[in-house]
Write a protein that binds this ligand. Sequence first.
Ligand code: SF4
Length: 113
Amino acid sequence: MYEKRPPGCVEFACQYLKGVGEDTERPDKVGFVLDCQEFSQIGIVTVVYEYKSGTFKDSLLVKSWVQSHTTHRSPILLVPLRGTPILHATRESVRDTSFRLEDGRIVTLMAYA
Ligand code: SF4
């Protein structure tokens, strides 16, 4: 996609590369990477990986996605560059509320009613 593909993307195709989103939503422009993954603890989850520091704090797009997922009661996991990953989901939909990512970070559940 870019002149120099990030090393982590050599064997990975994000949702943008699969055709999701406008050109203005290209990962290097928005500062995050969108993925869709299945976790045994919850099922299929939209996962947003921050790769430019501060994006999660500032991005209106990320905020609106969280709002939209909350409205539609579908889970969304925000994985910041550093710090605690936050899973927005209903409490009933998560079988194990103390699960870890592959990098060892424990996911915190932000349950919506
Ligand atoms: S983030 Fe997506 S579009 Fe960018 S290099 Fe990785 S796979 Fe390609």
